[in-house]
Ligand binder design. Sequence first.
Ligand SMILES: CC(=O)SCCNC(=O)CCNC(=O)[C@H](O)C(C)(C)COP(=O)(O)OP(=O)(O)OC[C@H]1O[C@@H](n2cnc3c(N)ncnc32)[C@H](O)[C@@H]1OP(=O)(O)O
Ligand SMILES: N[C@@H](CCO)C(=O)O
Length: 311
Amino acid sequence: MPIKVPDLLPAREVLSEENIFVMDETVASHQDIRPLRIAIVNLMPTKITTETQLLRLIGNTALQVDPVLLHTKTYMSKNTSHEHLDQFYKTFEDVKDEKFDGMIITGAPVETMDFEDVEYWDELQQIMAWSKENVVSTLHICWGAQAGLYHHYGIRKYTMEEKIFGVFPHHVSKQKIKLLRGFDETFYVPQSRHTEVRKDDIIQVEDLEILSESPEAGIYIVASKDGKQIFVTGHSEYDPLTLKWEYDRDVEKGMDIELPKNYFPNNDPSQYPMVTWRAHANLLFSNWLNYYVYQVTPYEWSSHKKSSGAV
Ligand SMILES: CC(=O)SCCNC(=O)CCNC(=O)[C@H](O)C(C)(C)COP(=O)(O)OP(=O)(O)OC[C@H]1O[C@@H](n2cnc3c(N)ncnc32)[C@H](O)[C@@H]1OP(=O)(O)O
Ligand SMILES: N[C@@H](CCO)C(=O)O
């Protein structure tokens, strides 16, 4: 949350220079509070695991959040029960006349397919086009990020020779960005994918900024300059045991899979994994919710957008 300081206090300028969010009294006195409506487009087969992971992170802020879970209408998940979907999920069709403060589009295990071969691709494209007018900021995760970069900017994904699998050191590539406020210079993120987006393609697009990268895992966070679209290639939301679960699954299938890097103490899969990414996962989601959603969303959708007051 921002600190509210008198407009003329000297600390205001110093903290603002440090990228600390300082709100002046004038803006603070006009700020209203209401629950944030966040749509979660859950494309994962393991929907219950993913919704729990995401809710854990968006629940860890001072803001009240009203999540709306969405699944696709044009593709019915085989691994999540119909009862669960009927009870807790809606489809885009149900909500397309509504406005949302934020939206999260998850990953999906379809990264080795062409986008156009994914059964719900047309529906997802409709959702992404609609989000530009009806959502304040959308956070795209893993395949969701590749899909968003492709749909909005024509950026393609490339298959890698080896799966990027493990927990990798990442760094902040651009200073004084609200999304990365409070981040350490080096921080850790789980990555688990067979494909990548490339820096050479992203830097061609004037509207995009690369916010974070990893020497080993490549591009991590890209954002549109207006903050309406955030693309995150890693899985900061993963639980301590998610990579172990993926590893065990693939070993059981007889696949030739390497141990996840920087994960098991002494690379010993019988030991409990080292969790080195949780703090930054929480910070990423709370920064997004605060600076890209709450501070910029209108109190009433019919009114003009209020200024963030962020400095
Ligand atoms: C790159 C990223 O975004 S990483 C995020 C993805 N990671 C994960 O999903 C990890 C968890 N998932 C898994 O481990 C596996 O998908 C499992 C174990 C749940 C199921 O695997 P399999 O038994 O091989 O299932 P199968 O090959 O039939 O389909 C797997 C999923 O791929 C997706 N999929 C496959 N083909 C298509 C298609 N043509 N169109 C759309 N989705 C498809 C679906 O999501 C499907 O699961 P769902 O029907 O429950 O939604
Ligand atoms: N994280 C995924 C990658 C596949 O898209 C998995 O290992 O299931």
